[in-house]
Design a protein around this ligand. Sequence first.
Ligand code: NDP
Ligand code: MG
Length: 386
Amino acid sequence: MTRILLLGASGSIGSQTIDVINKNPQDFTLVGFSVGYRTRCIRSILLKHKEVKIVYLRDKTKVKYYSSRYPQVTFTSEGLDELVNKVDCDMVVNALVGYSGLHPSITALNANKKLALANKESLVVGGELINGLLKEGHGKLYPIDSEHSALWKCLKVDDKNVNKLMLTASGGAFRNLKREELVNVKAKDALNHPTWKMGAKITIDCATMVNKCFEIIEAGYLYNYSPSKIGVMLHDESYLHSYVIYNNGLMRGEISKPDMRNPIKFALYEGNIPFATQTFNSLDELKGLHFHECSLERYPVIALAKKVLTKKGNLGAILNMANEVAVDAYLRDQISFLDIEKTIDYCMKKVKYIASPSLKELDDSTFKAMNSAREYIYFLKEGNRR
Ligand code: NDP
Ligand code: MG
């Protein structure tokens, strides 16, 4: 029986994790969870999961209300790190979005917990620190991201003579538009993802391809491949979740309908359940599925992954927070779609590079990137007003 603490229960990955736990009660017990401001799921989760002892709410104003309704459960808004340290569990599922996920990931590993990780930003920002902890024997890490889950399965079958890891990408909501047509695209259209239903931030990240840039970094840290060994292939249907090209030309990939409950389940079972991968000689064999080369001119942001994986340091922290602030502004219709890239470029130039940052220095760089991004967005908004 694995006792689970779920961070981000009110989100897209969080609710699908609850689904997986509900379907496998013989193997998993939910012992605690966190929500942000969406508290409506608390009732239904507590109704089913009687072993839950503690719930974190970001919304302080609701702690009193829930404490009186469910006196057998502790409600807190103290902090996610405190929650991770306090709860007696075997596995932490990190389904938080953005920078908020970094510290809980590190705290979970420091406490020698198993970490099922959807929050890719943890690796983008703190990949070096996380790998350092794992190398020292602190905890275990199981990826939830569908591409990385597919690669995990493929590499489980054969990790010798690997030529390249290939991440597939849907291309997001604007995949059929040329770059010059992206000038006036609005957030409400970007939120209309062609193949996946996800949280708002990652849906915008898919449209800008920052998500794929993050996933290259994620794959680099998870599987220890250099950026030249990690490629991207556009694939319309999101059926081929990613694939490995071997030196003899053979390819191995995982194919299934897009459903995040599959990779979530695989991570929760620590990779110890049956899975299928398929080999093929050429993508032509996958008739009916569509593949296109991914052009760096159309998606220049992907090139940043190479920079971050090569120079490392605090570059991932700067990239991540610049993007987070810009996506938030775009969702509020304060800046244009292409301004997201410009904000990232500005911050990557503005914030000073640190080669081997501590966690505190990653926090400082994040804070500086946040201020730089806000300053740049203010300047953009002023420009628009004139
Ligand atoms: P959602 O926005 O749907 O959910 C995010 C969760 O994090 C919510 O529970 C939210 O609370 C909580 N949260 C956000 N900020 C904070 C904070 N500062 N403190 C405490 N809680 C917070 O995101 P997704 O589920 O889509 O994505 C989660 C992660 O998984 C992301 O890193 C994403 O990149 C990754 N991922 C997602 C996929 C998907 O299919 N959705 C696929 C692959 C990866 P609330 O909403 O209640 O305020
Ligand atoms: Mg993914």
